[in-house]
Design a protein around this ligand. Structure first.
Ligand SMILES: CC(C)(COP(=O)(O)OP(=O)(O)OC[C@H]1O[C@@H](n2cnc3c(N)ncnc32)[C@H](O)[C@@H]1OP(=O)(O)O)[C@@H](O)C(=O)NCCC(=O)NCCS
Length: 171
């Protein structure tokens, strides 16, 4: 990989990653910030199979174990220079050890040489850790999606920030 952590290896997700991805996705420190409420693995399998079929869901391995993952979806046609990042998570026992920085640094480097000009993402307004992380990589808040997100165990709606990183030709 081109990121800072040479121990991490990137590959596309495959069907037998289900158990390991489920364990990270549904962890209490992760699931509040991803797209789905807690659910049994039988229900998650349908969502996971779609992620695998998309061929845009990337796994980073640390040895034989999954360290983290994200989805990077390229828009078609006149927006083909744009990639949307989503479903980013790191295995909780590795939080704070630089895995996300290495993964997203690698993704940015790969996308940049693949003629991508804009990377965008949505992040919940109550996820300051992730917002700080994206800002440290150069992402900027550019819009607010009001009441976009609601967790089943809460009675209020949450705003989401749209953040983007633009590769400037002049740098
Ligand atoms: C957000 C997340 C992906 C960060 O992954 P990570 O591997 O822990 O992050 P890193 O160790 O690479 O740290 C990157 C930055 O995150 C922030 N960060 C990391 N650990 C932190 C902690 N314990 N407290 C506060 N901020 C922290 C810092 O800004 C850090 O920058 P630094 O390296 O200059 O200190 C991870 O916490 C996670 O999986 N969270 C749950 C899912 C989620 O929030 N996904 C994003 C949805 S938009």
């Amino acid at each position: 990989m081109t990121g800072t952590d040479k121990r991490l290896h990137r590959r596309l997700a495959k069907a037998d990653d289900l158990d390991a991805v489920f364990a990270i996705y549904m962890h209490e420190q992760v699931v509040p910030y991803l797209g789905y409420d807690p659910m049994p693995i039988t229900a998650f399998a349908d969502i996971f199979n779609e992620l695998v079929a998309s061929r845009s869901f990337f796994i980073y391995e640390d040895g034989a174990q999954i360290a983290g993952f994200y989805k990077a979806t390229r828009y078609p046609g006149r927006a083909q220079h744009v990639v949307q990042l989503g479903a980013l998570a790191v295995r909780p026992d590795l939080h704070g050890s630089g895995v996300a920085r290495a993964m997203i640094g690698d993704a940015i480097a790969c996308l940049r040489i693949d003629d991508v000009r804009r990377i965008e993402l949505y992040v919940e307004s109550d996820n300051p850790r992730a917002i700080r992380f994206y800002e440290s990589l150069g992402f900027q808040k550019e819009a607010l999606l009001r009441q976009f997100y609601k967790r089943a165990d809460q009675d209020h709606y949450i705003d989401e920030h749209v953040m983007s990183l633009i590769f400037d030709d002049s740098v």
